[in-house]
Design a protein around this ligand. Structure first.
Ligand code: HEC
Length: 312
């Protein structure tokens, strides 16, 4: 164990600064990473919510504006374009053609879907069941999902059959338009009931890049911190050497010379700081010492000459 007392000034300062530095880096990296993670999470949530609301707007638009316009044609033949679920999904697929958004996903995952591409996988089935168990409470579930393509952040909302009109196409094949059965078959997407939660509306956005960016920011900021501290430690050491250690060493040498009788050895005073004041004080002490020695010398001489006179 190195004793603090035995260390040089520079080493003491370095030790102190390194300790402060390590504590600072530890605390700030914890705080910073929590702030950055929270901001990454907020970023993901806001992205996902915006897309979710966009999809819901498309659904309403299809329902409220497109459907009434083509009502006459729908009597004759069924058009999937008139189905909100279809238009939302198709719009999102177009959106995904942009390679920036290729890893974003939208799905109206149903346990018993009309279109089998909407079939809920195991993960989604668990979410739907969670919504079914607590229909009043859970309006939204979000979280992270591991996929082979990378981590995804998802927001899920329950899809509930709130209108009787839905059952026209989702209750029994007999009730549904014949041309719809022709296209989709009579096996899937029937038997839904009013107020039943039939699926989950899922929006998933890639999370990895956002967290990677957060990690990079953390490394960058900590890097700057480390460099700043390293420069601070270096400068403190240089200054300490230049303005304290070296002048003190010089003073020690001069004091040594003075103590050996060389009262003309001068304490060099370059600065006006505490070290300079010390040198000045030493110089005054040296002068007093010199004068005292001088007086002593003279006194001795007088004594010597008077005793010589007496003996003559
Ligand atoms: C005119 C018939 C029709 C009506 C009315 C209708 N749907 Fe559908 N629904 C469909 C068809 C067809 C699909 C499959 C679309 C596709 O190919 O993506 C579908 C798909 C869905 C899906 C996606 C899961 C799946 O089954 O593929 C949901 C959820 C859904 N409908 C909910 C509703 C709700 C809620 C209502 C009432 C507001 C409603 N539907 C009214 C015909 C209809």
């Amino acid at each position: 164990m190195v004793k603090l007392k035995n260390l040089q000034l520079g080493q003491k300062f370095t030790l102190l600064l390194v300790l402060v530095f390590l504590g600072g880096v530890l605390v700030s990296s914890l705080a910073l990473s929590s702030v950055l993670n929270r901001s990454a999470q907020t970023q993901l949530t806001s992205k996902a919510l915006m897309l979710m609301e966009t999809m819901n707007s498309i659904r309403s638009y299809t329902n409220d504006h497109v459907n009434p316009e083509i009502a006459d044609r729908l009597e004759v033949e069924f058009l999937p374009e008139s189905v909100p679920a279809y238009s939302a999904r198709e719009v999102f697929e177009t959106f995904r053609l942009n390679s920036t958004y290729a890893d974003f996903f939208y799905k109206e995952a149903a346990l018993n879907p009309t279109n089998l591409r909407d079939k809920a996988d195991n993960f989604e089935t668990a979410l739907v069941n969670q919504f079914r168990r607590s229909p009043d409470r859970a309006r939204e579930i979000n979280g992270f999902r591991n996929t082979p393509g990378g981590d995804l952040f998802y927001i899920a909302r329950p899809i509930q059959i709130k209108e009787q009109s839905c059952l026209e196409c989702h209750s029994t094949p007999q009730a549904a338009p014949a041309s719809m059965i022709e296209r989709y078959g009579a096996a899937n997407g029937f038997g839904w009931e009013l107020n039943e939660i039939v699926g989950a509306q899922m929006i998933s956005v890639p999370a990895e890049k956002v967290f990677k960016d957060a990690r990079q920011s953390l490394v960058l900021i900590l890097g700057i911190f480390v460099i700043a501290f390293a420069i601070a430690i270096l400068l403190v050491n240089l200054w300490l050497k230049r303005f304290v250690v070296r002048p003190l060493n010089r003073m020690a040498q001069v004091a040594e010379a003075v103590s050996l009788g060389d009262t003309d050895a001068e304490f060099v005073q370059d600065t006006k700081d505490e070290v300079g004041q010390l040198a000045e004080a030493f110089n005054r002490m040296r002068m007093s010492l010199k004068m005292a020695m001088h007086r002593l010398e003279r006194y001795r001489e007088i004594r010597r000459s008077s005793s010589n006179n007496l003996s003559q």
